[in-house]
Ligand binder design. Structure first.
Ligand code: C2E
Ligand code: MG
Ligand code: MG
Ligand code: MG
Length: 282
């Protein structure tokens, strides 16, 4: 048929779509293989208490050792896992692995909390509470040491269920942190309604701290609000001493970022903790 310019564009567009589709279904198959083949690993990034000047927690961040593509970060596969529903199986694995590790730390008297990212689909799956209950029981996790992280936009997807689930989790001694705080459709009203134990200020505000007066005002206001509501606060993405000083001067509780360490595999994480605070490890 006649080769029109417009037709070419459509053809190219279709090919792109087709490739994207093939890619996704290939990734979906790869994800299943990865779960079976133990290609996932949790890395841990330390959280520092700015008042105590000590490491008091870790955030578990998933990494995929892909046989062909090398180490993949969550940005490359979590969205697809969400879309295909694979996130439930992956999320269960993450929770189990994080709780098993937390139990080991507690066994070795390493007194830190564990933050675990949970996606909306996993949060509202209907069996999250049951699963967390089993893990907390099986691993005898100390109350307050397991904290689930979810973004505010995801939490707001189903406010009624979220309120109930947050309540049940908090009765179980499991904390809930709002991740990437300040980037979603946040509503101050819900902060009162949900039993939230923690906010994590999104790193976009932190990276702008030294150059933007607005970001400094926003961060100061979030710190004041969290402290008034008695909610613990972590600043994400702290990369410079200046940023830490600002946060520490304004009485932000905790900080996390490349200034201290990126996420590390467990053996390196333990070594990091030991070098930073030998007294933490008995
Ligand atoms: P997040 O929960 O907000 O995690 C923080 C992300 O910021 C991590 O990226 C971390 O490596 C990165 N980061 C930490 N400090 C700094 C810093 O100082 N500067 C910069 N530029 N980045 C920093 P990562 O590991 O690539 O994870 C990205 C996102 O993927 C996470 O964002 C989280 O939403 C999601 N994710 C990670 N692991 C899991 C998981 O096990 N399950 C689910 N559902 N989502 C996960
Ligand atoms: Mg997080
Ligand atoms: Mg996030
Ligand atoms: Mg975040």
């Amino acid at each position: 048929y006649a080769k029109k310019k417009q037709g070419d564009t459509i053809q190219i567009f279709n090919n792109a779509l087709l490739n994207a589709f093939k890619d996704n279904s290939q990734i979906e198959r790869d994800l299943q293989t990865a779960l079976r083949g133990r290609e996932f690993e949790l890395y841990y990034q330390p959280l520092k208490d700015l008042q105590k000047k000590a490491y008091i927690g870790a955030e578990a961040l998933i990494r995929w050792h892909h046989p062909k593509k090398g180490v993949l970060y969550p940005g490359a596969f979590i969205d697809i896992a969400e879309q295909t529903g694979m996130i439930n199986a992956i999320g269960s694995w993450v929770l189990e692995a994080a709780c098993r590790q937390l139990n080991l730390w507690q066994h070795h008297k390493i007194d830190i909390s564990m933050h675990v990212n949970v996606s909306a689909r996993q949060f509202f799956s209907g069996n999250l509470y049951e699963q967390v209950w089993q893990l907390v029981t099986r691993y005898r996790l100390k109350p307050g040491t397991l904290i689930l992280e979810i973004t505010e936009t995801e939490l707001m997807e189903d406010i009624k269920n979220a309120t109930k689930l947050c309540q049940e989790l908090s009765e179980l001694g499991v904390g809930l942190a709002i991740d990437d705080f300040g980037t979603g459709y946040s509503s101050m009203r819900y902060l009162k309604q949900f039993p939230i134990s923690k906010l994590k200020i999104d790193r976009s505000f932190i990276s702008d701290l030294t150059i933007s007066r607005e970001s400094r005002e926003i961060v100061s206001a979030i710190i004041a609000m969290a402290s008034a509501l008695n909610i613990s606060l972590t600043a994400e993405g702290v990369e410079t001493q200046e940023q830490e000083s600002f946060l520490s001067d304004h009485k932000c509780h905790q900080a996390q970022g490349f200034l201290y360490s990126p996420a590390l595999r467990e053996s390196e994480f333990s070594r990091f903790l030991f070098q930073a605070e030998p007294e933490l490890i008995h």
